[in-house]
Write a protein that binds this ligand. Structure first.
Ligand code: F6R
Length: 613
């Protein structure tokens, strides 16, 4: 999730780029760079100073030569390659004339890189993105115009991209393209803009156009034209944008939470990109544990806090089922102080969106001190947790601004299930065909989440009907239990109302005493095997006067008889259900909180990252 900006035909190119990058900076990038391009000259500057990168770039650019009417800029949120200046964009080709910026992941970058190196190209970074500069360089050497060079290069690329290229031998032209990662074009008299997000160009452009997947656009001072990957002309859809800067930063949503909930299909898709080699092997971002050692793992311990703990609970079911290893899940603040047993073959997995939660870092440190190998699942590249771990899987959910975690959760579940599949591969507990089928199924979850998001209005209606209720019990069984815990956490932190998550089977062992008219029971009933059991739980609470809300699959015809309200979701593989089923529960908590006038992005008493004990 990097930020992109470009401009052609401007009288204040440098200011436009730097201002655009500043506006994209709220997402907390780790490095920044620009390239100014004119006939025969490409001038580049890059900095990697964390959230100070754009400020540092501004200082470096005080020495920039003047007289450039076109350029591109980029703020990076590292995925491949550490957040260092050499990996910051723009990347140049071997001649130094061609500059590219890229947001996304080139899945087949390793093969492309190898082939390009064999043909004599010199790489200066360890990013996946740099292959694009060299591919376009080769296409230009075949005599192709920049737009055609981009088109032909993209035919060889798999993955996600919003990419923009400039070439000092074809100046005053930016060619850009998109697949999955967002891209907009803006126009004003005599100037044309490009951006990953509207805020970057909000008060400079007067008209905005969306670039769709697999479309290529050529920008010149006079305007733009677009083609598809086959080379046929396409018309870009004009966006009606009457946003102020604050609304624009939220992508047109009222708040970051709504934006982040809507980004979940992308978060899952991005987390799964580039994870399977051609031979089917599932790969991580960093791996300093050899296969033999992983194969011999005897016990897995997951440590995490809050929402990340709920994702870890889902992982227990997946690792035990697929890899047949016994799994323990611990709240990180508990693990650390309970004199944990670490035997040979103990693998500890620290799960943390921020990678900076003190309890989780201290728990993994304690485990390492006792001899465990540690895997980090983190959303922030080079976070403390990631730096200290022996292996890392990054969730690529993009920066999460809202205090209540949403898209990080679904991305964590996706990443942890990938890890479970890798362990199954190594241990031979599943056939390659079954692993492949699950990997494909995991990739389909993103679309199921998107379908669920389209049902937002029906959830808002349920929230309206239940206004005035104060007690909520969330029930689930199997992986529906962590989903119930997470649904309850969202409701309590956003609305400040009493909400508890329980495994359905525990109901009779105490909580049933609290059920009376006015209490709302929200049940997750999408797991086929557990369906009947949940139905009998619901009969018990209904008989005691509770209002019943059920998350049920589209094809469930039995549920209307017991439920007062039904939240419908598409059916998916049982172990994938938490990623889909949590969506209506997030939307429900959000709608309740909005009706109550709560600040959904900043709930009272809470901090996004808890760095003190
Ligand atoms: C809840 C929430 C928190 C975090 C917890 C752990 O919505 O956001 O419960 O999940 O503070 O944070 P990370 O994942 O950064 O370790």
């Amino acid at each position: 999730m990097c930020g992109i900006i470009g401009v052609v035909g401007s009288s204040d190119t440098l200011a436009t780029l730097l201002e655009g990058l500043t506006r994209l900076e709220y997402r907390g990038y780790d490095s920044a760079g620009i390239a100014l391009v004119r006939p025969g000259q490409t001038w580049r500057a890059r900095t990697a100073e964390g959230t100070e990168s754009v400020a540092a770039l501004r200082r470096v650019c005080e020495d920039a030569p003047s007289g450039f009417s076109s350029g591109i800029g980029h703020t990076r949120w590292a995925t491949h390659g550490a957040p260092e200046a050499v990996n910051a964009h723009p990347h140049l080709d071997c001649s130094g004339n061609i500059a590219i910026i890229h947001n996304g992941i080139i899945e087949n970058h390793r093969e492309l890189h190898e082939a390009l190196v064999a043909r004599g190209h010199l790489f200066t970074s360890v990013t996946d993105s740099e292959v694009l500069a060299h591919l376009i360089e080769e296409a230009r050497a075949r005599g192709l115009e920049l737009m055609e060079a981009m088109r032909q290069s993209l035919l060889t690329v798999r993955g996600a991209f919003a990419v923009a290229v400039m070439d000092a031998t074809e100046p005053d032209v930016i060619v850009a393209a998109r697949r999955i990662s967002p891209l907009v074009v803006g126009t004003a008299p005599g100037v044309t803009y490009l951006a990953s997000d509207v805020p970057a160009i909000l008060d400079r452009a007067t008209a905005f156009y969306a670039v769709n997947d697999d479309e290529i656009v050529r920008l010149g001072p006079e305007g733009f034209r677009a083609i598809d990957l086959e080379g046929g002309p396409v018309r870009l859809h004009q966006l009606s944008i009457d946003w102020d800067l604050e609304t624009a930063e939220k992508g047109g949503h009222d708040d970051f939470m709504s934006k982040e909930i809507s980004e979940q299909p992308h978060a899952i898709r991005a987390t799964l990109l580039d994870r399977r080699r051609r031979d089917g092997t599932i790969t991580f971002d960093e791996m300093r544990i050899d296969d033999e050692e992983l194969r011999e793992v005897k016990r897995v311990v997951l440590v995490a806090a809050g929402t990340s703990h709920h994702a870890a609970l889902v992982a227990k079911y997946a690792i035990e089922r697929w890899a047949r290893i016994s799994v323990e899940v611990d709240i990180s603040s508990e693990y650390r102080y309970r004199d944990p047993i670490v035997e040979i073959g103990t693998l500890v997995i620290g799960v943390s969106q921020s990678g900076e939660t003190i309890d989780t870092i201290q728990a993994t440190r304690e485990a390492q001190r006792r001899g465990a190998r540690v895997v980090a699942v983190s959303n922030i590249v080079d976070s403390s947790l990631a730096r200290e771990a022996d292996a890392v899987i990054y969730t690529r959910a993009g920066i999460e601004v809202s205090v209540a975690s949403t898209k990080a959760f679904v991305a964590q579940v996706a990443a942890l299930e990938l890890l479970a599949l890798r362990l199954a591969q190594l241990r031979g507990t599943m056939s390659p065909t079954d692993v492949d089928a699950l990997f494909l199924g995991l990739n389909a979850v993103s679309a199921q989440v998107a379908t669920t998001l389209e049902r937002r209005a029906s959830i808002e209606l349920i929230a309206k009907e239940l206004m005035g209720s104060h007690d909520f019990f969330f029930l689930g069984r199997h992986v529906g239990f962590p989903t119930a815990l997470e649904g309850a956490l969202k409701l309590k932190e956003l609305t400040y109302m009493h909400a508890e998550g329980y495994p359905g089977g525990e109901l009779k062992h105490g909580p049933l005493a609290l059920i009376e008219p006015g209490v709302v029971v929200v049940a997750v009933a999408t797991h086929q095997l557990m369906h009947e059991k949940i139905l009998s739980n619901l009969a018990e609470v209904k008989a005691r006067g509770a209002s019943v809300v059920v998350v049920a699959t589209d094809d469930d015809e039995t549920i209307d008889a017991v439920a007062d309200f039904v939240m419908r979701v598409p059916a998916t593989e049982p172990l994938f259900t938490p990623m889909v089923d949590i969506v209506p529960l997030q939307l429900f908590a959000y709608a309740m909180a909005r009706q109550l006038g709560r600040n959904v992005d900043r709930p009272r008493n809470l901090a996004k990252t808890v760095t003190v004990e």
